[in-house]
Design a protein around this ligand. Structure first.
Ligand SMILES: Cc1cc2nc3c(=O)[nH]c(=O)nc-3n(C[C@H](O)[C@H](O)[C@H](O)COP(=O)(O)OP(=O)(O)OC[C@H]3O[C@@H](n4cnc5c(N)ncnc54)[C@H](O)[C@@H]3O)c2cc1C
Length: 505
């Protein structure tokens, strides 16, 4: 097969992929992004002139379009694809469940848009030469500025916040975080009259309409949520960035000396079949689960890569446990407002170390469910906890199977969060439906930054030790659990990788 060539290929278009691709293209590098999912049909994407768009799952399409693929040990080869244009991918195993997403913009469509620094203030310190908190600080600032991450003012605060409801509650109190929490939403100047506005790059988006609640984990058709497709990719495409949707990478092969350094084999799901592209530099940002699968399969199944002895080790679920708090609160429709409504803790500090985040069920009016069920879902909340786990999971590629082995018993944080949720249920008299198996939406680690002699897979610039030209730009490179939502740190890490690459070019 004759392969075309380019300077750099970026795999995946979530936070890690989009930030890297945009910054490199804006710095003059010839970049092609390969993304396995579609462009979503949103106001900003329409305004960017993208013709082939897929509607976000709503109405009867919810069942057909919600799921892209499922991993389960009982499935042949351990996985199956449900719909190439589906939004979510789900990984099940005895010790760990993982949820991630697909489509141009990656998880920025499904996230609650909370931007937080890692829980520990020395997160990036002491891992390898040339990397520490001070070196990362400007990259955090760049990401926040580009996303326009903000906090609402007193006149446009979204309803049902923890402070509003729990300031004088007998059992629960708002958990006020130590750091400032910012959010990737365009807040309405006047909540009663959200307006259609333009971004600095001239792309259309709507201010957030609190009344609809149509901007949570099923995506935001209005563009009220700051997604990577129009914040990073759109402006960079005007400077030559090429984004190929529906193109799923199968393997990365390091080539012998002479021509380009890598061949990337991929499937063009839009009828193009198997293709290949060669590049000098490959930036892997397929999301932790798929970055690990791709690197492990490229090495162990296809023989395209060598080395990386620490690959797959130190996988973390970030302490995530999630449940549904069936408050059935007749006076409230929690689906109004923005998805995240602030965390709470026990007023008597029975579990001082654990705050529980509160989120609404999004876009409930668009579920094809009977009315009574939709109303019930609107009156309850998704609750979640996170924290530092032992980060001792191991991802492997065995024949055609990709596996994560994780034993939650080694990480007391999971049992603690489960216990707090059961205590919340007891004190409120309302059930919380939570599983005991960690269910993470924040997988991280497995290709950790660090010194090679200490098991590190990548260096301070994201480049894989021993494989020059190959980079990891997402949370797979994280050295520790963030114990907080990670996208701000993923964006900062990708800003760091791109800045160092451009400086060394
Ligand atoms: C419901 C939910 C709510 C969340 N809320 C928050 C929040 O409020 N704050 C926060 O910080 N985090 C939140 N997260 C987590 C956040 O979404 C992820 O941490 C983040 O998206 C990970 O970014 P990433 O760049 O590593 O990967 P992703 O965003 O997952 O992007 C990876 C991309 O790579 C593509 N891809 C995968 N494999 C291939 C392949 N073989 N070839 C080509 N493309 C490929 C995928 O389709 C995807 O688009 C939430 C997650 C969920 C599910």
């Amino acid at each position: 097969m004759q392969a075309e060539t380019t300077e750099a290929v970026v795999i995946g278009s979530g936070f890690g992929g989009s930030v890297t691709a945009a910054r490199l293209a804006e710095g003059g590098v010839k970049v092609t992004v390969l993304e396995r999912g579609p462009w979503w049909d949103t106001v900003p994407v329409r305004s960017m002139g993208i013709a082939d768009r897929t509607p976000l799952p709503r109405g009867m399409r919810l069942f057909a379009r919600a799921v892209r693929s499922v991993y389960h040990p009982w499935l042949p080869w351990g996985r199956t694809r449900v719909n190439r244009r589906g939004l979510f991918e789900v990984y099940f195993s005895r010790g760990m469940e993982v949820v991630c997403s697909s489509g141009v913009g990656g998880g920025s469509h499904v996230y609650s848009a909370l931007h937080r620094r890692p829980a520990r203030p020395d997160y990036w310190d002491g891992l390898c030469d040339d990397l520490d908190e001070a070196a990362m600080a400007p990259h955090y600032a760049s990401f926040l500025a580009r996303v326009g991450s903000a906090r609402p003012g007193p006149n446009n605060a979204p309803p049902h916040g923890a402070v509003e409801i729990y300031s004088n509650h007998p059992d629960f109190a708002p958990a006020i975080p130590k750091d400032e929490v910012r959010v990737g939403f365009r807040f309405p100047e006047d909540p009663k009259n959200p307006r259609l506005v333009k971004t600095e790059a001239g792309i259309d988006r709507w201010e957030t309409d609190y009344a609809t609640g149509d901007h949570g984990f099923l995506g935001a058709p209005s563009g009220s949520k700051s997604t990577m497709d129009f914040i990073y990719l759109g402006p960079a495409m005007r400077q030559g960035l090429e984004v190929r949707a529906m193109c799923e990478v199968i393997s990365i092969t390091a080539l012998p000396e002479g021509g380009k350094r890598f061949r990337i084999d991929y499937t063009d799901h839009d009828g193009g079949g198997r293709k290949a592209i060669e590049a000098d530099h490959v930036f892997v940002g397929a999301g932790t689960l798929n970055t690990l699968r791709l690197l492990l399969e490229s090495r162990d199944r296809y023989g395209g890569l060598k080395g990386m002895p620490g690959l797959g080790k130190r996988f973390s679920g970030n302490g995530d446990i999630r449940g549904f708090w069936d408050l059935n609160d007749a006076d409230r429709d929690y689906s109004e407002g923005t998805p995240s409504k602030g965390a709470i803790k026990m007023r008597d500090d029975a579990f001082p170390q654990v705050g529980i985040g509160r989120n609404n069920m999004p876009s409930v009016n668009a579920y094809p469910f009977p009315r009574f069920l939709r109303e019930r879902l609107k009156r309850g909340m998704v609750v979640s906890g996170m924290g530092e786990d032992a980060m001792d999971g191991v991802a492997t590629s065995e024949g055609r199977r990709f596996r994560i082995r994780f034993d939650p018993k080694n990480s007391p944080i999971y049992a603690q969060i489960y216990e707090v949720m059961q205590e919340m249920a007891r004190r409120s008299g309302r059930k919380i439906y939570a599983g005991k198996t960690p269910a993470t939406v924040h997988p991280m680690g497995g290709a950790c930054v660090g010194r090679p002699e200490e098991g590190g897979v990548v260096g301070a610039n994201g480049e894989v030790h021993g494989v020059p030209g190959l980079y990891v730009v997402d949370a797979a490179a994280f050295p520790r659990p963030t114990a907080a939502p990670p996208t701000l740190s993923i964006g900062a890490w990708a800003e760091n990788v791109a800045a160092r690459f451009l400086a060394a070019r």
